[in-house]
Design a protein around this ligand. Sequence first.
Ligand SMILES: *Cc1c(COP(=O)(O)O)cnc(C)c1O
Length: 429
Amino acid sequence: MHYELSAEFASGQDSADPLRSCRERFHFPDLGTEHLVYLTGHSLGLQPRSVRAAVELELDEWARYGVEGHFHATHPWYSYHELLTPPMAALVGARESEVVCMNSLTTNLHLLFVSFYRPTQQRYKIISEARMFPSDRYLLETQAQFHGFAPDDAIIEIAPRDGERVIRHEDILAAVEEHADELALVFFGGVNYFTGQVFDMPALTEAAHAVGAVAGFDLAHAAGNIPLSLHDWDVDFAAWCSYKYLNASPGNVGGIFVHERHGRNFELPRFGGWWGHDKSTRFQMRNGFQPMEGAEGWQLSNVPILGMAAMKASLDVFAEVGMPALRAKSEQLTGYLEFAIDRLAEEFPDARISMITPRDPAQRGCQLSMDVAGRERSLFDSMIGAGVIADFREPCIIRMAPVPLYNSFTDVFVFTEVMRDLLAQRDAT
Ligand SMILES: *Cc1c(COP(=O)(O)O)cnc(C)c1O
């Protein structure tokens, strides 16, 4: 695509954008700055305007019905989670029986590891990415320890080669081959939280299965960002959160995927709770846990309705717009931000701006991470002061995500103008 850095070009792209009206469906923060460019949907998605009414409805019905709301509310609470399954399953490319919304992400991964990390003395190793999100790393360490293995022995981290920023798939596949006989699990992020690199989930799954291991993914940065086909890729299990690209409110309930061939396997060890028990006998309150078929059989508890209401309102937007349209815009918009960053890098060579995220659109979602080695953290603080909301990771990495649902080409243009000012100020001093 051809790009130009001008206000006219950006507003022309915005007028031609079939998703341009989606922006109005979200609240943008007001931090009292002249501009407000929100580029942090990878960390916390913005609030859909429809959320407030959806939550208020549940508050009203709780006030009005009390316990009777379980069956008499507009959306009865007893089965509320079932309303979220179709849009969530569509987002991750799963059958409805393979997905359920419950708990939070790290909790869900531990629960899934109960079923899918079943190490033996011979086969106990986990291959994963170096520099994982800390919670995932702690998950792996404590799971290994729980089963009596030393984390440094059990966890094989694949890192970028010296002088490179992202991990080569051939290196992951070679490690799977090398450890074929001792490998229990291949566990990666779908999109690396730091670099924005997308991992080849179908290839990693196939490689894991070929050596008799299981493949699982943390999709925190993938759900609602890139197209996913978990069922067809034959992924064993996955989990994700709903407050990043899915805009469901801070800390809201996450989602899990369990492939249907495991969902029907009642022999799999798992931790039980009443909400995962066979619906038809749940209220007989008898001893003897009988899991439901499918992902629902991993539920423990009845669901937090206020959070679920916010999530439903948000997923309704995704269901209306659809991932194909989002992805089409995402590639163009992220390409525009990449173009802008490259121009800034040329204009301010002393800032030593370089892109960490892969250049190939197929290997990234909407997040771009840039290294600004020639500048201190104060550059980032000035960005926030000027109303460009991105995020900062040590030592000098700025992560930005132009989210196709609510960001515009004009946002990218304003970002560039603000950055140019900030970078030039430093040049003047
Ligand atoms: C955001 C994120 C988490 C957060 O986990 P919570 O349990 O929701 O706090 C975990 N893993 C990854 C990869 C993330 O990006």
